[in-house]
Structures are given as structure tokens and as C-alpha cells.
Write a protein that binds this ligand. Structure first.
Ligand code: SF4
Length: 189
């Protein structure tokens, strides 16, 4: 696979693994996070550290699903050193891989985790705290933004409650419920 040898951005110089994605490529549900952390870089798998354990738990509790039933990917496939934010040119370099993954999986629902994936896919600078709580059209899919589980681990009860509510909203849409979508412009105004 081309991405596994990719040198399109500087993140290739410090990575141990290209963390391309995992799960069921025919799933109706796809998660998109930010980028691999230290544990993900070691194992070559997305969301396998503390954040991933929380995501697994909330998926079971709020959606009745395990990670094997979804597809999980990130905006950048290589770890930004010292867990810094991915830079705009790195995101842009990696973007074709994510777009191709979304095209292949063709999920009913995309759940974005945190700021970077929501802003990239919704093409906006609006932050996740404003974007979450709603659903948006993304091609033939419905995009449901929620917080990054790492932010939920830091943020405590209110953040946890918000993420739970977002997962319930996504589950209803995956299950065939009506998606009451709005536009980013409506949120931004
Ligand atoms: S982050 Fe993406 S674009 Fe950059 S080297 Fe890794 S796979 Fe290639």
C-alpha cells in the first residue's frame, strides 16, 4: 500500500509506523480522529492508548458496538512528534488518503473526533465545541462531530456527557433514523 511507504510530509522522518486505519471497510460507521499518539505509533494501530480504551467503552455503552464493526482512521497517518498538533501542510499532504478511505468505506455516518477532523471535513474554522451537538451532510454520508476522547479524559463529566450524547445521535442515524442535518453556516452565524 502506497501510504505505508509515504514520504509526502516531514512526519515520515520521526514515525515508527504508518497508522493507516483499522476495522470493517464495509461498515456503515467510520470514525476519524486526529493523528497517532505514542502507543499507536508503536503498535501501528489507531486509538489503542488511553483515548482508544475510552472510545471502545463508550461505543459499547452508547452504541452497542465494538470497534471491529466500524472503520477507524485519522487525519494524519503518522505521529506528530511530542504529540504536537498536525500542521496545515501535513494535513493537506495526507488528506488524499483519508478522502480515499471515506470513498471506499462509503459509511452512512462519519463521527469526527476533535477539532482537526471536523474542521477538515466540514471545511470550516469553527471549533468543535460549537460544531458538536448537530449532524451535517457530507456527500452521501452524515457527519456527526464529537469531542476527541483525549479531551474527554481531561474534561471530566460535562465533556463525557456531551460525547455520550453525540454517540447516541450517531447510533440513531446508523440504525436508519432520520438525520436532521444543518449547515456549518447556520452554526457560524
Ligand atoms: S502523515 Fe500522511 S502524508 Fe505525511 S508521511 Fe505520513 S502518510 Fe505521508
Amino acid at each position: 500500500m502506497q501510504a505505508l511507504r509515504c514520504t509526502k510530509c516531514r512526519l515520515c522522518e520521526t514515525r515508527n509506523s504508518v497508522v493507516f486505519g483499522m476495522g470493517d471497510p464495509r461498515s456503515d460507521l467510520m470514525f476519524v480522529g486526529e493523528g497517532p499518539g505514542a502507543e499507536e505509533d508503536r503498535q501501528g494501530l489507531p486509538f489503542v492508548g488511553r483515548s482508544g480504551k475510552l472510545l471502545d467503552r463508550l461505543m459499547v455503552e452508547e452504541m452497542g458496538l465494538t470497534r471491529e464493526t466500524a472503520f477507524i482512521a485519522n487525519v494524519v497517518k503518522c505521529r506528530p512528534p511530542d504529540n504536537r498538533d498536525p500542521k496545515p501542510d501535513e494535513i493537506e499532504s495526507c488528506r488524499p488518503y483519508l478522502e480515499e478511505q471515506i470513498r471506499i468505506v462509503d459509511p452512512r455516518v462519519i463521527i469526527t473526533l476533535g477539532n482537526f477532523s471536523a474542521r477538515l471535513l466540514l471545511d470550516t474554522k469553527v471549533g468543535i465545541t460549537k460544531l458538536r451537538g448537530h449532524a451535517y451532510d457530507y456527500g452521501d454520508s452524515v457527519l456527526v462531530p464529537t469531542l476527541h476522547p483525549a479531551a474527554v479524559l481531561r474534561g471530566g463529566g460535562a465533556a463525557m456527557a456531551n460525547m455520550r450524547a453525540d454517540l447516541v445521535r450517531a447510533k440513531m442515524i446508523v440504525s436508519g433514523g432520520h438525520a436532521d442535518t444543518i449547515t456549518v453556516e447556520a452554526i457560524a452565524s
